[in-house]
Design a protein around this ligand. Structure first.
Ligand SMILES: C[S@@+](CC[C@H](N)C(=O)[O-])C[C@H]1O[C@@H](n2cnc3c(N)ncnc32)[C@H](O)[C@@H]1O
Length: 256
């Protein structure tokens, strides 16, 4: 079966041949050759990522005991491969407490991953009441109705970290939380501040238990790379890995 990229490359090659017949300049032919190669490489890379998300979705649906269809992923929601990284972190730490910043499909995945292990609580902070309601509805639809899973309203408020002020979740929403095994950082969203997610570790690192894991989504964005750089600088004893996932991600682990 021919791939789309190969069809495209063949069509462009035919057009190149026509141009040669038409007496087009060697420079133009060279230019077309280069764009064929670039198009082919980009399309192959895209196809590879699509396939990897499909693989990750199949794995997620195999390991999570789903009771209803998963909503669409990617874009604002996490991508399937990051979802797998969350499930891995929950398994790896034997999580008793997962805290999430930014609710949605990821909340559902955390809830199922804890359920599959037979224990653990999830607290998900959400700053927008409409999204909080939407996530609660999603959880209900999937049968998560008890106190193990909770979406907490946490409107953004000004917090000071170092010399900067950030709009970040109302800290009262984490007052009772300590010994966090897994912290998933997928909010607040970028538009609220370029380094919107930076406060997460300065404010919560003491609440993460030794050996606990912090996952930062969207690691391909320059802003998240800057956040990870600053976290690394502030917490040099933590290990930091970059995950090879669709949107990029960082996984940090607190030393034992
Ligand atoms: C990156 S999203 C979090 C997504 C979530 N972790 C998930 O997997 O679905 C960060 C925040 O953006 C907001 N949000 C979610 N979907 C949105 C959308 N389609 N447009 C604008 N804001 C959105 C919500 O407040 C959410 O907490």
């Amino acid at each position: 079966m021919k791939r789309f990229a190969d069809h495209l490359a063949e069509r462009t090659a035919r057009r190149t041949a026509e141009l040669i017949v038409d007496g087009a300049s060697a420079q133009m032919v060279q230019h077309l050759d280069a764009s064929i190669a670039a198009t082919r490489a980009a399309a192959h890379e895209e196809a590879e990522w699509q396939y990897r998300q499909l693989e990750a979705t199949i794995s997620l649906t195999a390991v999570l005991p789903l009771r209803a269809p998963l909503p669409r992923m990617r874009g604002y929601p996490i991508s399937p491969d990051f979802g797998l990284a969350v499930v891995d972190a929950i398994d790896d730490t034997g999580a008793e407490l997962v805290v999430e910043l930014g609710s949605g499909v990821s909340t559902l995945i955390c809830a199922y991953a804890l359920e599959a292990r037979g224990r653990g609580r999830l607290r998900s902070l959400e700053h927008l009441p409409d999204y909080a309601a939407q996530t609660r509805h999603l959880l209900e639809r999937h049968g998560f109705t008890d106190e193990h899973v909770e979406v907490r309203d946490a409107p953004l408020q000004e917090v000071t970290v170092g010399d900067d002020v950030f709009p970040w979740y109302d800290l009262r929403a984490v007052d009772d939380l300590s010994d966090i095994d897994v912290l998933v950082v997928d909010g607040p969203p970028g538009p609220s501040h370029p380094l919107a997610r930076l406060p997460a570790l300065p404010l919560l690192h003491e609440r993460v238990r030794p050996g606990g894991i912090v996952l930062l989504d969207d690691g391909d964005r320059p802003e998240e790379q800057e956040i990870a750089r600053r976290w690394r600088e502030a917490l040099p004893s933590w290990s930091v890995d970059e995950l090879d996932v669709e949107k990029g991600a960082f996984r940090l682990r607190k030393p034992m």
